[in-house]
Design a protein around this ligand. Structure first.
Ligand SMILES: [Fe+2]
Ligand SMILES: [Fe+2]
Length: 186
């Protein structure tokens, strides 16, 4: 997959129309089913991330964009999608809970720590993706293509949160949530 053909695929990657997404949604849920159905992950619905967007919604949005971008490139889609789901798994409301370090620099470390507590040891690729996702706010760029994709998806989705474009992802988000929670009960 060349960089040029990846660029021409961007309209498809960014397409948020649920029609035609059934296969992608089912594969995405299969990759992240243990994460999406875990009570500590579902807890993120209660934490505000940007404006009225929850940390859960933002994380699923970023992970879905990462998943689709990886499908259009020669990336490790499974590892990247799981790391993207967990990139903001810090489990507190950053508007209320404060730490000595700025949230922007603190939360990737907390997300990595929680990811390993609840979902087992991360690979080197996944650890780096999570720890570096706030680049270029810090000086440590991601070491992999997957990490660069996550960083870009995070910035795009965060921008969508602020200009209310994230709402376009709602039908896909609702379907993912339904599949993940339904499967967990069966
Ligand atoms: Fe983050
Ligand atoms: Fe994020």
């Amino acid at each position: 997959m060349s960089f040029r053909s990846f660029i021409t695929d961007i309209p498809d990657i960014m397409n948020l129309d649920i029609s035609g997404e059934t296969e992608n949604i089912m594969n995405f849920c299969k990759i992240g089913e243990d994460i999406l159905s875990h009570p500590r992950y579902v807890e993120m619905k209660g934490y505000n991330h940007h404006g009225t967007v929850s940390c859960h919604y933002h994380s699923v949005f970023v992970a879905y964009m990462t998943y689709k971008a990886c499908l259009h490139s020669d990336c490790n889609t499974v590892e990247a999608t799981r790391a993207a789901l967990l990139h903001d798994f810090y489990l507190y409301d950053w508007h209320i809970v404060k730490h000595d370090e700025y949230h922007a620099f603190y939360h990737p470390k907390e997300a990595k720590k929680n990811a390993e507590i609840y979902f087992g040891k991360l690979t080197g690729l996944q650890s780096d993706m999570i720890l570096a996702h706030m680049w270029p706010m810090h000086l440590m760029p991601p070491k992999s293509k997957e990490g660069m994709i996550l960083t870009a998806a995070d910035k795009i989705c965060a921008s969508c949160d602020f200009i209310k474009l994230s709402e376009k992802f709602k039908p896909i988000y609702d379907r993912i949530d339904e599949v993940a929670l339904h499967d967990a009960c069966n």
